[in-house]
Write a protein that binds this ligand. Structure first.
Ligand code: ATP
Length: 321
């Protein structure tokens, strides 16, 4: 927690700005795990991870407005409209409250989230909204919270939240919250097959443990081939190096995903995997044109609810208006 003196300095600094913000819009990307290596269970119940995140151009938008009365009010449109909690149960709500406590300001904001990232889809949509809310409220409340403090608040909210602020490509260790940037060349063309309904992340980890059946698990690692592919911008090599230790568990819980992956491969995807804890399936295409063909074929085959195309890597959460 920062000192009262720190909060006072920040508030003075910002009172010097003559902008009076009444609305801030932040755009925040989804992620795909190029590799998700799941190690042993730690004493705190979390699994030790080594993962390579990539932020992809499929975005939620978080709009923070000055409210007419104190309190946090949240509305949501797009993916999951009408199904998500709008109070404490929503990670974005918790992010606004945590930032207000940290900054020592009244939590007063009208939040609207327009979601394009699938719910419980293994693309960290809730984490993206939390990261977007931290950034939007920080700007709305004119706090200018230093980056390291925002990253620490993000890690308190959830393992994937820091990466949604960070963006690009990064190695995540620990629970995934400890990040190291990876230099990446060029861009990759992704196609995502979105499924009907989500998969619960804890249920997928539980199934992963069940399938491992008490066998000893090696420490998680990041593959050299994957790092080489990312650094070289080599889509063919990336396709070969994609790997997700949670995939067998996601497929056990949702056997129909096998067919989705097979259809993508049949239509020439350079590589495919279940994204994070699923059920979204991710495919690497050769180039933009191939990603269009792949998207059309997946849609026509009827093996998924809908298809999205996106490039990666893209920057993390950004104020856009
Ligand atoms: P991850 O890839 O980090 O495991 P996910 O993409 O599979 O996450 P999310 O969409 O982030 O899953 O959300 C999982 C659950 O979290 C949802 O079922 C929902 O009840 C809850 N949740 C809370 N806040 C949000 C939010 N803003 N957006 C989506 N889900 C949220």
């Amino acid at each position: 927690m920062p000192s009262r003196e720190g909060a006072r300095r920040r508030s003075e600094r910002h009172s010097l700005r003559d902008v009076s913000k009444t609305s801030v819009t932040v755009r925040v990307p989804a992620k795909v795990n190029l590799q998700l290596s799941v190690g042993p269970v730690r004493s705190d119940g979390y699994h030790e991870l080594a993962t390579v995140f990539q932020a992809v151009g499929l975005y939620d938008e978080v709009i923070a407005r000055t409210p007419s009365e104190p309190g946090i009010r949240l509305t949501i449109s797009g993916e999951g409209e009408g199904t998500l909690p709008l109070g404490e149960g929503n990670l974005a709500y918790r992010a606004a409250r945590l930032l207000a406590e940290h900054a020592g300001v009244e939590a007063a904001v009208d939040l609207h989230i327009h979601k394009a990232i699938p719910i419980a889809g293994g693309m960290a949509g809730g984490s993206a909204d939390a990261a977007g809310t931290l950034l939007a409220c920080d700007a709305l409340w004119r706090q200018g919270t230093p980056r390291e403090e925002l990253m620490a608040l993000a890690a308190e909210l959830g393992s994937d939240v820091p990466f949604a602020l960070h963006g690009g490509t990064a190695i995540g260790t620990g629970r995934g919250e400890s990040l190291t940037s990876v230099l990446s060349r060029g861009e990759f063309h992704w196609v995502f097959a979105l499924a009907d309904g989500g998969l619960s992340t804890p249920a997928v980890y539980g199934e992963c443990d069940r399938l491992r059946d008490g066998r000893s698990v090696p420490d998680p690692y990041v593959s050299d081939m994957l790092m080489q592919a990312v650094r070289a911008g080599d889509a063919v090599l990336l396709g070969k190096a994609l790997h997700n230790d949670l995939q067998p568990a996601a497929l056990a819980l949702r056997p129909a995903l096998r067919q989705t992956l097979e259809v993508g491969e049949d239509y020439g995807a350079l590589g495919s995997l279940v994204s994070g804890s699923g059920p979204t399936c991710a495919f690497v295409a050769r180039d933009e044109e191939h990603s269009l063909d792949l998207a059309v074929s997946l849609t026509a085959s009827g093996v998924c609810r809908t298809v999205r195309r996106a490039v990666g890597p893209v920057p993390g959460a950004r104020v856009i208006g």
